[in-house]
Design a binder for this molecule. Structure first.
Ligand code: TRP
Length: 336
């Protein structure tokens, strides 16, 4: 999809739901890579605010969180001069394409999605239509921009598969319309686990405040969170399957310091857990200090955020409309 907005490179697209704050897990697993991908690809990054509405939110807090997320992305180095950045809800083509895709998606396949089943169990009092339609909106997000690559974690892989199925089905039924996207696993991506339960992924919606580190936490908080991190029995600093706590801390330190796991093990050989935890905490705190400071500057400048987000939405809508117009024509909607 070449235009003055893109440079003919592969298109990479990703979204992030605005809930909680961007965590160390999001940063090392995704957002840090977004920063690096910007020069390699034509990049599109958005705040998936419509996806977040599938769970009940307090409106004023939700609005604040979404704005704050935008500022956090800027602070993490997503550059609006290199990438298209916007709020999903500002580009109406997402919802419009979703409807047409809905008519080409079976209830059977949507209701088989693991995340739908998990979320239905977790929010049994609010199994709304949006929860089941969530992956179809995600398909619309991706297919609207003829994306080549979608960086997704393991929990979103099934949704990307469904997106591919929908794209292939649509193309077979109506003729070539959508690029069938591939998943993208960044070579430097790291899976970061909860500091309190190192066998489960660090989640920005974890209610346990001690489990996650945010990119905008201050230094004292970060060091304290690492001091409290759950570790394993024994005392050796080495990454092993039966030592999920220490392994997680080693992975974090290695990713932050751009070192290999082996190098970290060597660096801390013979030292105790206590010393190591403080070292990890201090390394993370030092890395996040400039991000927090940048964040504070952006967060205080709502006018700038509005300007960047409006421009991003305008550019996104321009690209999205080209696909949507084609789709409407293919399915036989009247146009003059
Ligand atoms: N569902 C994704 C998540 O929770 C966020 C998302 C929405 C997304 N639309 C997307 C990611 C499109 C990649 C592409 O992580």
């Amino acid at each position: 999809m070449e235009s003055e907005l893109t440079q003919g490179k592969k298109i990479i697209l990703s979204g992030i739901q605005p809930t909680g704050t961007i965590t160390l897990g999001n940063y090392l697993g995704a957002v840090k890579n977004w920063h690096n991908m910007q020069s390699q690809f034509d990049s599109i990054f958005f705040i998936a605010d419509m996806h977040a509405l599938t769970v009940r939110r307090e409106p004023s807090e939700f609005r604040q969180t979404a704005l704050s997320f935008f500022a956090q992305l800027l602070a993490c180095g997503v550059d609006p001069n290199k990438s298209i950045m916007y709020f999903q809800s500002h580009v109406r083509q997402h919802a419009e394409l979703q409807w047409i895709l809905n008519c080409n998606t079976y209830v059977g396949e949507a209701s088989r999605m693991t995340q739908f089943k998990d979320k239905s169990a977790k929010h049994a009092d609010n199994i709304n239509m949006g929860l089941m339609d969530y992956p179809v909106l995600m398909a619309a997000d991706i297919l609207l921009y003829q994306s080549d690559l979608v960086p997704v974690g393991i929990d979103q892989k099934q949704h990307l598969e469904l997106t591919r199925d929908i794209a292939v089905r649509f193309n077979n039924r109506y003729g070539d319309t959508f690029k069938v996207p591939d998943g993208y696993i960044p070579t430097t991506g790291a899976k970061i686990c909860s500091l309190q339960d190192p066998t489960s992924k660090m989640s920005k919606s974890d209610p346990d405040r001690n489990a996650t580190v945010s990119v905008i936490d201050d230094e004292a908080t970060i060091v304290r969170l690492f001091k409290r991190a759950v570790t394993d029995s024994g005392s050796e600093i080495c990454a092993r399957e039966d030592k999920p706590g220490i392994t997680n801390l080693i992975n974090i330190y290695a990713a932050i310091e751009n070192k290999s796991v082996g190098e970290v093990e060597k660096e801390f050989a013979g030292q105790g857990y206590g010393t190591f935890k403080i070292a990890v905490g201090e390394a993370v705190a030092a890395k996040f200090k400039p991000i927090r400071e940048e964040y504070q500057r952006y967060a205080a400048d709502k006018e700038y955020i509005a300007k960047v987000a409006n421009k991003g939405a305008e550019n996104a809508a321009y690209l999205a409309e080209r696909t949507l117009r084609k789709v409407k024509k293919k399915v036989g909607l009247v146009s003059f």
